[in-house]
Design a protein around this ligand. Sequence first.
Ligand code: HEM
Length: 178
Amino acid sequence: MSWSRAQRRLHWGVALLVALTLGLGWLMVELPFRPLAPKFLAYQAHKSFGLVVVLLVAWRLVLRWRRGRPAPDAGLPAWQRRAAALVHGVLYALLLAVPGLGYLSAASAPGQLPTTLFLLVPVPHVLGPDEARFLLLRGLHLWLALLLAALALGHALLALRHHATGRPLLRAMWRGQG
Ligand code: HEM
């Protein structure tokens, strides 16, 4: 069995969107308040891409549950296969928790900036403004986003290392061949 085309596209699509959302996260907080439009648009783009990540990751999990995944490389030592499964589980959890915390912190912000998906679809805020809760959730959002970036980078470097030593893991996710 190999990764399906949908599973491969979702993998690379989520990786691209997370990198874009991270970059926008830093850019939007650094942008000045005047003129306001670029900062406002950067916040809306960050929140919109982040919410799309949740939808795509949910879709990935459904596909994985229904279709499964290729068997781990039997040539790897058992501890490496266990460590990889653990890291993949943590990556999935962070891919849902980071945008979830971002949404909850946006909903708690004292400034109550609306969240509008791609400036088209208003997303209701389920929580009201609360400065203490906002500061806590914003901190968690930032630190878990940093952990997600560090783990994703380690995951990518290890995939490249396996590729360099002739293991077909990267090729399997890129072209679907084992
Ligand atoms: C994969 C998804 C996401 C990633 C990786 C991510 C990452 C980040 C990063 C790196 C920052 C910058 C923090 C700083 O420098 O202080 C940030 C800020 C922020 N994010 Fe996200 N984010 C994601 C999704 C979301 C979503 C879905 C929302 C809301 C719907 C959101 C709302 C916010 C808000 C409101 C801030 C700024 C808080 C402030 O103004 O200080 N994020 N995010």
